[in-house]
Write a protein that binds this ligand. Structure first.
Ligand code: PLP
Length: 357
C-alpha cells in the first residue's frame, strides 16, 4: 500500500524478506562478513571515507550520542531549530544536562548560515546541531553553507547533522561539506523497517569523544568503534535489519544515487506544483523546500481524517501536520520506494475527493 507519509514508509518485498534469513550468532565470521559489507556500502550513502555506526535504535539515539560524546564538562551546544525535530535535539541536549543555546528560525523558514555566524560570536561551542530535512515543516536547511560558516569561524566546533528524513533522498556529502556526525534512521528515505540507527562519524569527532568523560555506555562511540573495527557491536545488533540494509544498499546503488536524488526531486516538484495549482499554500518558504516531504497549508474546511479515510479505501495514506501546525497543515511524504507515477495516482485521488466536496 503506498504510504505517502514521512516514515515509516513502504519496504520493498525483497528487502522485507531479507530479514527472514536464518539468524547468525553476531560473533560469528559469517555475520561479521555481512556487517562489514553493509557498513562499507553505507559509507557511500553519506559520501564519507570514515565510518558508519549501526545501532539497534532509532535515529534519535544519535541525537543523544552527539551531546554525550562531543561535549565535555562545562562545554556548550548550539542547537539550531526551525521545527519539531530540531526542538527534540535541543531537548535531548538539555535533558542530558548540557549547557545549550537554542538558535531558532521561524517554522517554515530555514536556519541560515548568517544566523549561525552571529550565534558563534557569543561564545565557543563544542558542537553545532542542525537538522538537514525538518520533517515537520518540509524545510531543507542549507547544511553545506552552515557547515562552511562553522568551519571558517570556529574550526574546532563539530558539525552534527540529522539526516533522518533525507539520507538517500537528497544529497548530503559528509566529507566534502566538512560534517562530523551525520545521523539517520532506517524507516524514512532509506525505506527499511524501523529499528536501525546509522551514524557516520569523522575521525576528529571520534578523537573528541576520547577526551570526553561519562559518555554513557550504549551510545559510547569509542566503545562502538572498538567493536566496529572487528565488524561487530558491543551489544546484540539488529541482525535482521542488517540483512535488510545490506540488500537495500545494493538496490539503491543499482538505481544510482544521482537517479535516486532526481526521482525524489521530481516527486517533490510535482507535489508542490499540484498544491499551488489548487491554491493551497506551501508551508516551507521558497528556496528551502524538501525533496522528501511537502507540508501543505490546509484549506479551510478540509477534514483530513475524512480525506484519509477516502484515500485508505484506495490503498493510500497521507500524513497530518505535526505539533503546533497540526491543525493548519497536512503532509505528503514522497520518499523511499515511491515513484512519480505513485504520486500521480495519489494526486488524482485527492482531486477526485476535492471535486466531490
Ligand atoms: C523521524 C525523525 C526523527 C526521529 O527519528 P526516529 O527514527 O524516530 O528516532 C528525527 N529527525 C527527523 C528529521 C525525523 O524526520
Amino acid at each position: 500500500m503506498p504510504m505517502f507519509v514521512p516514515g515509516p514508509v513502504d519496504v520493498d518485498p525483497e528487502v522485507a524478506a531479507a530479514q527472514t534469513a536464518a539468524m547468525l550468532p553476531h560473533r560469528s565470521a559469517e555475520f561479521e562478513e555481512i556487517f562489514h559489507r553493509a557498513e562499507r556500502k553505507a559509507r557511500r550513502l553519506f559520501y564519507t571515507q570514515y565510518r558508519v555506526f549501526l545501532t539497534a535504535s532509532s535515529g534519535t539515539g544519535f541525537h543523544e550520542a552527539a551531546v554525550r560524546n562531543f561535549v565535555p564538562e562545562g562545554g556548550w551546544v548550539l542547537s539550531c531549530t526551525n521545527g519539531a525535530f530540531g526542538n527534540r535535539w535541543y531537548d535531548v541536549a538539555v535533558t542530558n544536562g548540557k549547557q545549550t543555546e537554542k538558535l531558532e528560525a521561524a517554522w517554515g523558514q530555514p536556519v541560515t548560515p548568517e544566523m549561525v555566524a552571529d550565534a558563534l560570536k557569543k561564545r565557543h561551542y563544542d558542537i553545532v546541531c542542525v537538522v538537514h530535512n525538518e520533517t515537520s515543516t518540509g524545510v531543507m536547511n542549507p547544511v553545506r553553507e552552515i557547515a562552511a560558516v562553522v568551519r571558517e569561524r570556529s574550526p574546532d566546533t563539530l558539525v552534527c547533522v540529522d539526516a533522518v528524513s533525507s539520507l538517500s533522498g537528497a544529497r548530503i556529502e559528509m566529507d566534502a561539506w566538512g560534517l562530523d556526525l551525520v545521523l539517520s534512521s532506517s524507516q524514512k528515505a532509506l525505506a527499511l523497517p524501523p529499528g536501525l540507527g546509522l551514524g557516520a562519524t569523522s575521525d576528529r569527532a571520534l578523537a573528541r569523544a576520547e577526551q570526553v568523560p561519562h559518555r554513557g555506555w550504549y551510545f559510547d562511540l569509542v566503545r562502538l568503534e572498538k567493536h566496529r573495527i572487528k565488524n561487530s557491536t558491543p551489544a546484540t545488533p539488529a541482525i535482521g535489519l542488517i540483512y535488510a540494509l545490506d540488500k537495500q544498499l545494493d538496490r539503491i546503488f543499482e538505481e544510482g544515487l544521482e537517479n535516486r536524488f532526481a526521482r525524489h526531486s521530481a516527486m517533490a516538484a510535482r507535489v508542490q506544483q499540484w498544491a499551488m495549482a489548487r491554491g493551497f499554500g506551501l508551508f516551507a518558504a521558497e528556496g528551502c523546500r524538501s525533496q522528501t516531504v511537502t507540508t501543505i497549508n490546509k484549506p479551510e474546511g478540509l477534514d483530513l481524517a475524512d480525506l484519509n479515510a477516502f484515500l485508505l479505501r484506495r490503498g493510500m495514506r497521507i500524513a497530518g501536520g505535526y505539533g503546533p501546525i497540526k491543525p493548519t497543515t497536512f503532509r505528503i511524504g514522497h520518499m523511499g520506494e515511491l515513484r512519480v507515477a505513485d504520486v500521480e495516482a495519489l494526486l488524482a485521488a485527492m482531486d477526485a475527493y476535492l471535486e466531490r466536496r
